[in-house]
Design a protein around this ligand. Sequence first.
Ligand SMILES: [Zn+2]
Length: 124
Amino acid sequence: MSSSNTTHSECPPKCRCGAGEMKLFTSRTQLNPHRKFWKCPNWKDENGCGAFLWKDEVAHWQLAEANSMTCERENLVAVVEKLESALCVFIEVEKIRNAYLRKIYHAIIVACCIVILVFLFSKA
Ligand SMILES: [Zn+2]
């Protein structure tokens, strides 16, 4: 019953040195008796990084990480929604501009035709 709260951290964390998944040990010190901790898989190696994490603290860290990722994703969704609405406004402005330009082109063509006709009639 008391151990059910640690299921979240069952998959071993990866060591920051790139040596792979960390190994689980149980502390035998007087200060932290039976407290579980993760250690770098190269812990026996003299040149090993010697990384060390308490298992209960890793669980908190992973939970915090998951929460911050959810928060980040929500922020990204909000940014995308803002961009989409800005793009809609841009497209609307572009449509109005195109319609306006088309009207101007028509007016210019009509004016040219009138000038040509006036020129031809005045010659004749
Ligand atoms: Zn390591």
